[in-house]
Design a binder for this molecule. Structure first.
Ligand code: ZN
Length: 73
C-alpha cells in the first residue's frame, strides 16, 4: 500500500502549537475516511480532531477542523 501523503504535511492548533500530537490524529482521521473511497489521485479532505489543549480546566481540549488534500504515493 503506497504511503498516504497529506498537503499540508503537518497540522497544529494556532493556540497550542502541538503539531506533533495533532498531525497523527489528522492522518488517522483521513485514513479512516479515505479507506471507503480509495481510488488514488488527489482528493480534498476535511476532518475534525480534538486538540488536547493545555490540559487545564480553563484551557482544555477543544475540537479543530482541518482541511487539505490527500494522495497516495
Ligand atoms: Zn488547541
Amino acid at each position: 500500500m503506497p504511503e498516504l501523503k497529506l498537503t499540508p504535511s503537518t497540522f497544529a492548533c494556532r493556540i497550542h502549537d502541538n503539531r506533533e500530537k495533532l498531525t497523527p490524529l489528522v492522518r488517522g482521521a483521513v485514513i479512516q475516511r479515505t479507506a471507503a473511497f480509495m481510488v488514488g489521485g488527489a482528493n480534498d479532505f476535511r476532518v475534525v480532531v480534538e486538540c488536547p489543549g493545555a490540559g487545564t480546566k480553563e484551557d482544555g481540549a477543544h475540537p479543530l477542523t482541518f482541511s487539505g488534500k490527500w494522495s497516495r504515493e
